[in-house]
Structure formats: structure tokens, C-alpha cells
Design a protein around this ligand. Structure first.
Ligand code: 5CA
Length: 440
């Protein structure tokens, strides 16, 4: 992509309405634009990141055996009356009437709708287990939408729903999602801590929140210090047995507001750490809460009818964009992990109009694209300082800086941003060596 034609409305000034760093950086780097309170448009740069995150989430759901569907955003109120949640959900639900005066709503979650789909199509225990998910916009009329897309009113969620015949099956489905979540966040470079949680309005008695650590997190997190140390994961086999992996994570103490255990924390002594965290996922087992209320049953092996055992599993896909930025940034801007970066390489032409610089940049640009490398080429007639500042703000993993002085000596400048070490390191290299470094 050529920056001279790209729609990237960056801001020089820090927007005053943004109180946290991810919101500021997303506005400044032209990723999003607010439409009304808690509702945002995604601009080209932001959308690329959202799509990358969505793709990782999808790949890990598919790998865990969940199947993708797409349910609508607008749902009929009658389904929610069946489950008893229409009145219980309260003012967070956006209620709408259609032209025939029928009560509709903009879905805040989909337990009812998916149960309705299953009850019409699954008749026997032989049709089980099933896990269906979709990645769809949700609406929750939050009292205080804030922190940009992190607590929006309209937001993108991956929600999966599992259906099993009995508790053992449901536990297995739960564990599969638990491990899929560990993999998903790991691929985004994040350290996610599963915490036993309260299941709130979703209901049920087994639930974990997945929380990533960042100073601006909404909730306080107390956990065993091992969670902050990558090394302990070496001994956990996330490719192996589900239950041992889940046990390894759940046996270590981790808790957030309202769920903390003073006695256990005292026992941990110096091994206890506290930090702030952002909830990026939440999984629930709630048994037959919806299937009983909505009469979703199958024929069991003994010939009797049984209500389905269910779980639901959410990931805040749009929230993750902000959460990754909260985790990885410095004073100059974002530092994207490569897996979710909007482009892999930023190519800077320091002297547009200079025949050598232009030729060299065009060659590099074509070559990187031929090799399938996503590159953003700054071919604007701008001051070098402005180009550097924009590239640092956008935070691509690699920058290649091509200028007349370097070309005379046969070198280009390579800048590598390392999200883990929180560093941006520069080096001058011959062009070949630089490209080799980038393309591995
Ligand atoms: N039905 C269940 C599981 S599918 C459910 O709705 N769970 S939830 O309420 O915990 O939401 C799932 C995830 O969506 C949360 O972990 C969070 O990451 C994200 N999320 C929830 N509310 C918002 C919001 N207002 N803005 C952005 N993301 C949100």
C-alpha cells in the first residue's frame, strides 16, 4: 500500500476525550473514528488489525472443533421471554420495535438464538457434541462507555456455544475452549491469565475470565507470581491432554475483584503479586439453564429425553485491539506483535523525487510484495521527521529507511520493533542483508 493514496487520517494532537493510551493511539494513528458514544467506525488501518485478530480467533476455534455460523444482530424479543431474560437483562439491552409493532432487540449475546436453532434440528444424542460459534457485532447500552473500543456499546465478539448430552461431555467441551483460548492469546503475544469467575447474568456455576495484564486494566488482579513468568509454561503441555493443561492453570491461584480469597493470599506470602488486568475472554458452563427453559432436548441412549448441557464462550475481538496496544507501546507509539500488525514492513523513502531513491524504493516495494510481505510504502513528499514520527506511531514490526546518503554507501537503515522487549533497534545494513533479515 502506498501511503500517498492510503486513507490514514493521523492526528498530531492528543485527543482530549481519550483517557487511556490505547484509545489515544488508535485515534492518533487513524485506526478508528467515533460515531457516537461507544460506537466507532473502523478505518483502513484499524480494520486490518481487527481482521487479523478475528482470523487468529477463527483459526483456533476451528482447530478446537467449533463450527462457524453467522446469526443476525437483530433478535425477536419472544425468544428472550422464553428464557426469562427479556425483563431480567435490564437497560443494557437495546430494545427496538419493527413496523408491525413487534418487539425486537439488538443482540447483546446469543444463548437464546442458538438454543432455538439447536432445538429445531438436533433430535438424538448421536447428533452431539456440537459447538457452534460466530463472530458478530453485539450491542450493550453500557451506562458509561469508555476507553474507546475497549468498553464500547457496539463491539465485535466471538461467541461459541457448546451442546452435550451430559456433564462429562460438557466439561470436555469447556476444557477444549479453555485450551483454545490459551493458544489464541498466546498467538497475539499476550499473557492471558485464566481466573475463576462469577458468571453473572449468563448464569451457571463454572466460569473463567481470561485477563491480560496492563497498568490501565479495569480490574485488580491477584495471582501467583509464576503467571508473570513465561518460564513456568515450559512444563505445561498445551498440545497434550486437555485436563492436565487446564489443571496446571487452575491449580495456581489467580483472582480478580470480588473473587479474591484472603486466606489463600496470606498463604502465598511473597509469591503473591497484584497487577491490573483487562478481561479479553469469558467462558461459562451453565448446564441446562437455557435448554430446560426453552425445551431443547434430545433422545438419550436409554430412550429417555434429556435437556442439553450447554456452555458459552466469549472473546472480545474488538476489545483485543485495544488490549494489545495497552500491552505493547512506548512513548512514540504502538509496537505491534507481528501476528496482528496491520503491515509487516514500513518502507520510508527519505527523498521522494530523487531518481535513485525512487528507483530503489520501487524495487524493494515490488519485491516485498512479490514475496507476500505486507508493506506500507511512505512515498509522500513530506519531511523526514514527519515520516519517522508517523511510522513509529503506527508501530509496524519492521521499518526500512532508504535515503540518498545510505544508497551512496550501499546501505539502508533497518529498524526492528520488539513488542516483548519493548524496544526499537536501528541498524544500517546492505540492502540484500536487510531484506533477508525481514523475510525470514
Ligand atoms: N455469552 C457470554 C459468552 S459468549 C458473554 O456474553 N460473555 S461476556 O459478557 O463476558 O462477553 C464476552 C467478552 O466480550 C468479554 O470477555 C469482553 O472481552 C467482551 N466485551 C463485553 N462487553 C464489552 C464491551 N462493552 N465492549 C467491548 N468488549 C466487550
Amino acid at each position: 500500500m502506498r501511503l500517498s493514496v492510503y486513507f490514514l487520517p493521523t492526528l498530531k494532537e492528543t485527543p482530549s476525550e481519550a483517557s487511556i493510551v490505547s484509545h489515544r493511539l488508535m485515534l492518533r494513528s487513524g485506526m478508528i473514528r467515533q460515531s457516537s458514544a461507544g460506537i466507532y467506525s473502523w478505518l483502513p488501518l484499524g480494520l486490518r488489525v481487527l481482521k487479523k485478530i478475528e482470523r487468529i480467533v477463527r483459526e483456533e476455534q476451528d482447530r478446537a472443533g467449533a463450527q462457524e455460523v453467522l446469526m443476525p444482530t437483530i433478535q425477536p424479543a419472544d425468544l428472550w421471554r422464553e428464557s426469562g431474560r427479556y425483563d431480567a437483562y435490564g437497560p443494557e439491552m437495546l430494545r427496538i420495535k419493527d413496523r408491525h409493532d413487534r418487539d425486537m432487540l439488538y443482540g447483546p449475546t446469543n444463548e437464546e438464538l442458538i438454543t432455538e436453532i439447536l432445538r429445531g434440528s438436533v433430535k438424538s444424542y448421536k447428533d452431539l457434541p456440537k459447538n457452534l460459534y460466530h463472530i458478530q457485532w453485539k450491542f450493550r447500552d453500557e451506562v458509561r462507555p469508555r476507553f474507546g473500543i475497549m468498553r464500547g456499546r457496539e463491539f465485535l465478539m466471538k461467541d461459541a456455544y457448546s451442546f452435550d448430552l451430559d456433564y462429562e461431555g460438557a466439561k470436555r467441551s469447556y476444557n477444549k475452549m479453555f485450551v483454545a483460548y490459551l493458544r489464541t492469546f498466546e498467538r497475539m503475544g499476550l499473557k492471558a491469565i485464566p481466573m475463576k469467575a462469577d458468571s453473572g447474568p449468563i448464569g451457571g456455576d463454572l466460569s473463567h475470565e481470561f485477563v491480560i495484564l496492563a497498568d490501565t486494566g479495569e480490574s485488580e488482579v491477584a495471582c501467583h507470581k509464576d503467571f508473570l513468568d513465561n518460564d513456568w509454561l515450559k512444563d505445561v503441555d498445551i498440545d497434550g491432554g486437555l485436563q492436565p493443561t487446564v489443571d496446571a492453570f487452575t491449580e495456581k491461584y489467580a483472582a480478580t475483584d470480588g473473587e479474591r480469597d484472603a486466606a489463600k493470599e496470606k498463604e502465598l506470602g511473597g509469591d503473591l503479586v497484584t497487577a491490573r488486568g483487562i478481561e479479553v475472554g469469558h467462558i461459562f458452563y451453565f448446564g441446562t439453564k437455557y435448554s430446560e427453559a426453552m425445551n431443547c432436548r434430545v433422545m438419550g441412549p436409554d430412550g429417555g429425553e434429556a435437556a442439553l448441557e450447554m456452555g458459552s464462550y466469549g472473546i472480545g475481538v474488538s476489545r483485543l485491539v485495544g488490549a494489545v496496544i495497552e500491552a505493547f507501546h512506548d512513548d512514540d507509539g504502538i509496537i505491534w506483535p507481528e501476528s496482528v500488525a496491520p503491515f509487516k514492513v514500513g518502507l520510508i523513502n527519505l527523498k521522494v523525487g530523487d531518481a535513485e531513491c525512487d528507483k530503489s524504493c520501487e524495487n524493494i516495494y515490488a519485491m516485498l510484495q512479490d514475496h507476500g510481505v505486507e508493506v506500507l510504502y511512505d512515498d509522500r513528499e513530506e519531511r523526514a521527521g514527519a515520516k519517522f514520527a508517523d511510522m513509529d506511531l503506527i508501530g509496524l514490526p519492521w521499518q526500512l529507511v532508504v535515503g540518498p546518503r545510505g544508497l551512496k554507501q550501499g546501505v539502508v537503515e533497518v529498524k526492528f520493533s520488539d513488542h516483548k522487549a519493548n524496544t526499537r533497534a536501528k541498524e544500517e545494513l546492505p540492502l540484500e542483508a536487510a531484506l533477508k533479515r525481514i523475510m525470514v
